[in-house]
Design a protein around this ligand. Structure first.
Ligand code: ADE
Length: 260
């Protein structure tokens, strides 16, 4: 059975996932990255850190596809909110992804990927539906039942009712931390829900190799330089906890589908 490629944006997510991997895990060092193969909750998986930025994430994804022949790619991490309806602690599952810093005008229209003729990439609808319902169930059931986790999220970060959103994730090679920049992105890309630095690159590579993919992000900030949170504490308390919990549900369902 071909493996699922799990690309994580955070070291902490990798550590938690490796903790769940069975004893058969093998580390492969390629292009200064560590790819871990083994079974995760009964599913063959390859786990890897994306590294930061579009080039790094694209290179990681090519290796996953060419060296490991993964059947699909699931990408997790954090993002800054762009839409006013998206809050810190929410989860965004991508329906489409776009590179907000790609501009080859006047040769090609703004955002269009030259020679592909596309300005955005649609995530695989089936994987996305499944990931999204696992995210909803995770927040509604698992997190809701975890009193200490909820108390920590509420006391430390003011997160009381985290929600799941589906829509456009935009990616670019800069960390956005400026209210004017957020406003400009809202004006030029009114459908954008959140911004990060890798997702659209993973999407482009998967599109080029016809590999189905899904992308989910936990919102860590408002991208506008407003009151900062303790980022590391957030990664532990929310982002990597969510990612592990959501992937756990996703992989259990996958194992059932594979067995059927
Ligand atoms: N990842 C998390 N927050 C981000 C932001 N504000 N800009 C870009 N990438 C991010």
């Amino acid at each position: 059975m071909r493996a699922i490629g799990i690309v994580a944006a955070l070291e902490m997510e990798i550590a938690e996932l490796l903790g769940l991997m069975q004893a058969d895990v093998v580390r492969h060092r390629i292009g200064r990255r560590d790819y871990y193969t083994g079974s995760l909750l009964g599913c063959p998986c390859v786990i890897v850190l994306a590294r930061v930025g579009k080039v790094a994430a694209a290179a990681t994804t090519v290796t996953l596809i060419r060296e490991f022949g993964v059947a699909s790619v699931v990408f997790t991490g954090v993002a800054g909110a762009i839409s006013r309806h998206v809050n810190v602690g929410d989860v965004v599952v991508a329906q489409s992804l776009l590179q907000h810093d790609l501009d080859a005008r006047p040769l090609f229209p703004r955002y269009e990927v030259p020679l592909l003729g596309l300005s955005h990439f649609d995530a695989d609808p089936d994987l996305t539906r499944r990931l999204s319902s696992c995210a909803t169930e995770y927040l509604r059931q698992d997190l809701a039942a975890d009193g200490p986790a909820r108390a920590q999220l509420s006391a430390q970060f003011g997160i009381t009712r985290p929600a799941v959103h589906g829509g456009m994730i935009i990616s670019g090679d800069s960390f956005i931390n400026d209210a004017q920049h957020v406003e400009a992105l809202r004006t030029s890309l009114p459908d954008a829900l959140c911004v990060e630095m890798e997702g659209a690159a993973v999407a482009q590579v998967c599109h080029e190799y016809d590999v189905p993919y899904a992308v989910m992000r936990t919102i860590s900030d408002r991208a506008d330089g407003s009151a900062g949170i303790d980022f590391n504490a957030f990664l532990q308390a929310a982002a990597s906890r969510y990612a592990t919990g959501i992937l756990r549900r996703f992989l259990v369902l996958q194992r059932e589908r594979d067995a059927a």
